[in-house]
Design a protein around this ligand. Structure first.
Ligand SMILES: Nc1ncnc2c1ncn2[C@@H]1O[C@H](COP(=O)(O)OP(=O)(O)OP(=O)(O)O)[C@@H](O)[C@H]1O
Length: 404
């Protein structure tokens, strides 16, 4: 067993499972049967019936005070369902959950607010639901409003708030009351950058004294906040433990097989070949070492009417964020263009980038060809490659740096 410090255990989940049904009609019928079974003292049906599937299957974990569990996985993996079970919004079909202390949760954005009541009224109601008494709420009220930066709007009905304003208020209530357990679902993705930074700083402070479960698709945020990680795949736990980088690695390699491909061409240009000249194959993926040169070989058939072609590559990270551009300043050398016939020529060249300083991870390249500034070909995710490095860094670029 790994040593995980002496913080008391605040959350204990054992063999938690939840199934859903794909058909609404059947699910209503099964629901009625389950209630009937419960009324006569029989267990719920624990096997899958027609059109049912496990949204969460056999999840067990413990979380101590001072620990933050990052919960990750693809869309539909079961993360939100698990959070709802932990928060008591959904009853599991099997398993047991023990939670100790006050629980703050921000799961469905703004779902906890009554739209016709003002922000002020909602703060009092929400905090009371979380288990705080009137005096505790009054003491914290100003801090909550200040954190949410909603001083001017606190007496406005919540139905007139923007979605960002609802998130601010929800997060402020859930976090400022310093609960023992804090459950948050992707909330940081909604706020603006200023609010996100504020939340991250607050979470840094809170984690020392509570247990946090945090769902996110943003791996830099997960690696910054979490000291425990759980990776779900179709409801099942694929990784759980304190080696956060290793869990994130597994998540990335699961995602790398689900590449996107989108081709947009105006005609007149055809990609004949593309590859990374200096890559090796690692478990079926093209790999280069961090700091190596990247040499991309490109062969195109292009109409002679495009007299001034330019080629560039855009580098995307696994979450499809554009993070870099490979775009040589010089024109394509004439000796790389061979005339095939009166209509077409072939361009065959290597595009070399010195010492790529991308950090460890999976990246993809989008090819773009323009003529006189107008795009004539774009192929998304034309190549996917992996950068190998010993250093676990999630920021996409590692600048070369030295003591001087
Ligand atoms: N009330 C429901 N009835 C039927 N199916 C449901 C219900 N809620 C969720 N599901 C299904 O359960 C599975 C898990 O959904 P869940 O929302 O937990 O995924 P998630 O990991 O949070 O995904 P995302 O990253 O997209 O938020 C999905 O297939 C979803 O369609």
């Amino acid at each position: 067993m790994e040593n995980r410090g002496s913080g008391e255990i605040l959350i204990k989940a054992e063999g938690v499972s939840k199934k859903f049904c794909k058909s609404l009609k059947r699910s209503l019928w099964y629901g009625m049967k389950d209630i009937g079974f419960e009324l006569i003292g029989r267990d719920r049906n624990r096997t899958l019936r027609k059109e049912e599937f496990w949204a969460v299957k056999d999840v067990s974990f413990e979380l101590r005070r001072g620990e933050c569990l990052g919960l990750i996985g693809h869309n539909g993996a079961g993360k939100s369902t698990l959070l709802k079970i932990l928060n008591g919004l959904i009853k599991p079909d099997t398993g047991r959950i023990e939670m100790r202390g006050k629980v703050g949760a921000l799961i469905e954005l703004g779902a906890g607010f009554n739209p016709i009541l003002t922000g002020r009224e909602n703060v009092f109601i929400n905090a009371a639901v979380l288990g705080f008494d009137k005096k505790e709420i009054e003491e914290k009220f100003d801090e909550i409003v200040e954190f949410a930066e909603l001083e001017e709007f606190i007496d406005t009905p919540v139905q007139n708030y923007s979605s960002g304003m609802k998130v601010r208020l929800g997060f402020a209530v859930a976090a400022q009351l310093e609960p023992d357990i804090l459950i948050i679902d992707e909330v940081l993705a909604v706020g603006d950058i200023g609010f996100r930074l504020k939340c991250l700083n607050l979470l840094d402070r809170l984690i020392a004294n509570c247990s946090v479960i945090f769902v996110s698709h943003q791996m830099p945020q997960v690696s910054r906040l979490s000291n425990q990680l759980m990776l779900l795949d179709h409801g099942k736990v694929v990784y759980t433990g304190s080696n956060v980088p290793s869990g994130i690695d597994q998540y990335y390699s699961m995602m790398s097989t689900k590449g996107l491909e989108f081709i947009n061409t105006e005609g007149g240009v055809e990609l004949l070949q593309i590859g990374i000249q200096n890559a090796q194959l690692t478990q079926g993926t093209l790999s280069v070492n961090h700091g190596d040169d990247l040499v991309v070989e490109i062969r195109l058939k292009i109409s002679n009417q495009y007299a001034n072609p330019k080629i560039h590559l855009i580098v995307f990270d696994l979450e499809q964020r554009p993070i870099g551009l490979i775009w040589p300043k010089e024109d394509i050398p004439n000796d790389k263009i061979t005339r095939i016939d009166s209509e077409f020529s072939e361009i065959h060249l290597n595009l070399k980038t010195d010492h790529i300083n991308l950090s460890k991870g999976i990246y993809s390249l989008t090819l773009s060809v323009t003529n006189d500034g107008e795009r004539v070909l774009r192929i998304s995710s034309v190549l996917t490659f992996q950068v190998l490095s010993d250093r676990d860094i999630w920021q996409p670029i590692e600048f070369e740096s030295y003591w001087s």
